[in-house]
Design a protein around this ligand. Structure first.
Ligand code: LRH
Ligand code: MN
Length: 425
């Protein structure tokens, strides 16, 4: 699909004068708060997230999946679609692949990504489904399975992911496993964890020197009584046990409702074990909704901890989305989500940290809260849009996407797929 520069230019031209006026007036207001708007814009212009290849197509639940028009047929269509999201937002210079869903020739992957100026972020292994080309089943687990042969199969798959990742320039392996139990008594918690650790040590030993290993915790699903890597504490202990290359990946949807995720982030930063994020939003479980649609203040509070930690030695968290777009155009949702993450970052950059610290040190709870709210209440859209415009992206990416008729072009080129069965992809 072609992003016609002319259409994008016209769409921007209609909005540019208003944007410049809005940017200027916001600049005046921020200057009164001692903030240089161009400095914030520069930081946002340097900010980027990775898109999950698996969210480029319509997602589903265990009940059903209702594919839309122009669904990506393979990883190359997914790369093109992620390329369009980056072209229109300027915010998504990387893709996170999932293996075996995205297994393909590394040179061909690099070439296609190169056409869109994209790089590959963390590679995700998958031992939560059986693979057509693997003999043993992961029904009763993978890296923690009671049967060593199944664990060996899972370890080998993870090392294959590292091998593919090395060839496409990725620098991290991201491991989420669904291993756990559905009945009290079904698993011995400690023996199960020890089997996982034995497997994880073997994977860790196979990492290239400059790679990282991301351990992703999740409270439940697909296991509904216990999960081996169930919470940030277990993830932290595992990362400690494995070594310096291992750290903890925080998927916002993997916690019980009302858990204080921003404090978990602060803890992982304090102990040097924050790997990065799978941004999304949720109201109940691992809903994988678009980032910032349910609780934008929580997303802001997470970035408040991240901005607070800027400058900490070795602090370079991986920023990725992980969403399931069941009722929207997946690309429009990824554009909106990328912008919501950048919005939370920009708002967190506006926090008067000296004032905040003074209120904290004097137990002035109200003014401490108001200091955060002042930043969160600031409409930073002119900064985000100006950063996009100056990158040659769209002032209004979703409007440009629709004006371009990208989805209709895709539908014309890609055969309609049926919605047989459920499942997230
Ligand atoms: C598990 C998870 C994990 C991915 C999968 C697609 O819920 O968040 O990060 O492997 O979604
Ligand atoms: Mn995730």
């Amino acid at each position: 699909m072609k992003i016609q520069d002319s259409v994008l230019g016209e769409a921007n031209a209609r909005r540019e004068a208003d944007l410049r006026r809005d940017y200027e007036s916001l600049g005046e207001r921020l200057a009164r708060r001692g903030i240089a708007i161009d400095a914030i814009k520069a930081k946002i212009a340097a900010f980027g997230i990775a898109l999950p290849s698996w969210a480029a197509g319509t997602g589903g639940t265990r009940f059903a999946r209702f594919p839309g028009a122009g669904e990506p047929r393979d990883v190359f269509d997914k790369i093109d679609d992620c390329g369009a999201v980056h072209r229109l937002t300027g915010l998504a210079p990387a893709i996170s692949l999932h293996i075996p869903w995205d297994k393909a020739d590394p040179a061909a992957l690099l070439a296609r990504a190169g056409e869109h100026g994209l790089i590959f972020d963390a590679v995700n292994s998958n031992t939560f489904q059986d693979h057509p080309d693997l003999p043993l089943s992961f029904k009763y687990g993978s890296l923690s399975h009671v049967d060593k042969a199944v664990r060996d199969q899972a370890v080998a798959h993870n090392l294959d992911c590292v091998e593919l990742g090395r060839k496409i320039g990725s620098k991290a392996l991201s491991i989420w496993i669904g291993d756990g139990s559905n009945f009290p008594g079904q698993a011995d918690f400690t023996r199960q964890l020890d089997r996982y650790l034995e497997s994880a040590h073997r994977i860790y030993a196979g990492l290239p020197e400059d790679w990282r290993l991301f351990v992703e915790h999740k409270m439940y699903e697909p296991a509904f009584y216990s999960t081996v890597v169930q919470d940030w504490g277990t993830s932290y202990l595992i990362a400690q046990e494995l070594g310096a290359k291992a750290a903890c990946l925080v998927d916002l949807g993997h916690h019980a409702p009302n858990v204080n995720i921003e404090m978990i982030v602060a803890r992982l930063i304090r102990f040097g074990k924050l790997a990065g994020f799978h941004f999304n939003d949720s109201k109940y479980g691992d809903d994988d909704l678009d980032a910032g649609v349910i609780d934008p203040y929580r997303l802001f509070l997470v970035f408040n901890e991240l901005v607070n930690a800027e400058g900490t030695p070795g602090f370079s968290p991986a920023y990725m989305l992980d969403e399931s777009h069941n009722v929207t155009d997946p690309l429009e949702s990824m554009m909106a989500s990328a912008m919501e993450v950048a919005r939370a970052h920009a708002q967190a950059l506006l926090v008067d940290r000296a004032a905040l610290r003074a209120h904290q040190e004097s137990n002035d709870a109200l003014m401490a809260s108001e200091t955060l709210k002042t930043a969160f209440r600031t409409d930073v859209e002119p900064i985000l849009a100006m950063a996009r415009l100056e990158k040659g992206a769209a002032i209004d990416p979703v409007a440009a996407f629709r004006a371009l008729g990208y989805r209709a072009q895709a539908a014309a080129q890609r055969p309609k797929v049926s919605g047989a069965g459920g499942g997230i992809v």
